[in-house]
Design a protein around this ligand. Sequence first.
Ligand SMILES: [Zn+2]
Length: 326
Amino acid sequence: MSAFPEVRPRRLRRTAALRQLIGQPVPSLGKMIWPVFIVGGENQKIEIHSMLGQFRMSADELCRAVAPLATQGLGGLMLFGVLDEKLKDVAGSAAFAADGLVQRTVKKLKAEFPQLPVFTDVCLCGYTNHGHCGPLKNGTVDNDAALPILGKIALSHAAAGADGVAPSAMMDGQVAAIRQALEVNGFHDTILMSYSTKFASALYGPFREAAESSPQCGDRKAYQLPPDQLQQALRESQIDEAEGADILMVKPATFYLDVISKVRKQSQLPLAAYNVSGEYAMLHALAKSGGGDLTALARENLIAIQRAGADILITYWANQYDQIFK
Ligand SMILES: [Zn+2]
C-alpha cells in the first residue's frame, strides 16, 4: 500500500513523545558559541538597547555571566573588544597590544575556565578611528597592507591563550597570512576559524551599535560579499580552506540557509554559522509586537540553522539556552 488511507504521515506526529522519537536532536549548548562584547574597567554591565538580553561587560562581569554556562557545557565564546573612542587611532594599534582589552580578557577567561574554548574576532574596525577593517589608502582599504596587521592581532590573541582566532576582515589572503604568522611563531595548535563566507548584509545594524564599529565614511561592500553572489560565496570558503582554515563560517545565517547547506556539501571542514544581531533583534521585535512567542521563535531559528548543515552555531541566544530548550 502506498497511498491514503493506509499512508497517514500524521501517525508519527500524534503525541509529543512520538514527535521527539522521530525528530532530530535539538541543537545542544555544546554546539553554541556565545559572542560577547567586552569593555574595560570593572563591574561594567551595560544592556545593549538594540539587542535585549545582551550586554557590554567588563572582564569580571563576563566571568560572572559565563560561569553557569560553562558548567552547563557552553561550546565556546567569541570575544569582541569595544574600545574607548580615545584609544582608537588611525592604525588601530590597540588591537594588537599585548596588554590590550581582548588580550587581558582572554587571559582571565582561560585562568578561570581553562576548559572553555575561547575564540577572538580578528579585525581592525573596532580599533581604527575611521572604522574600516584595514588601513586606508586613497580612501579605500588597502588589502595587502592589512595582512601583516591582522597577523599581529591574531598572534597577540594566541599569545594571550586564545584557543582560536577568527579573522572577519574579508581581506584576500588573510587566512594564509595569519596561518603563517602563527606557524612561524610556534602557535601550531591555534585554531583558525575563518569568516569564510561573509555577506555585506543589512542585518548587522544592532551589532554596530553594540561594538561601536560603524565605518565613519563609506561602507564595506567592496570587501564583503553581495547577497546575490552564490558562486563567489562558495568560492570564498574554498579559498579559505585552501589557505589553511580549520573551521569555515557563513554569516549571516537565517537569510543564507541555502549557502550553509551548499558549503556543508562542498567541504569536510567543520562549518559555523553566525546567527547575527539583526536576526536576533528581528525575533525580539516580533515578540514585542505580540506577533509570536520569543522562545519558540528562537528555538525554530536555531533548529533551522542546524538543519541547514551548521555544526557550530554562533548565537546570542546561547546565554538563554535554558529558556529556549527547556
Ligand atoms: Zn572589521
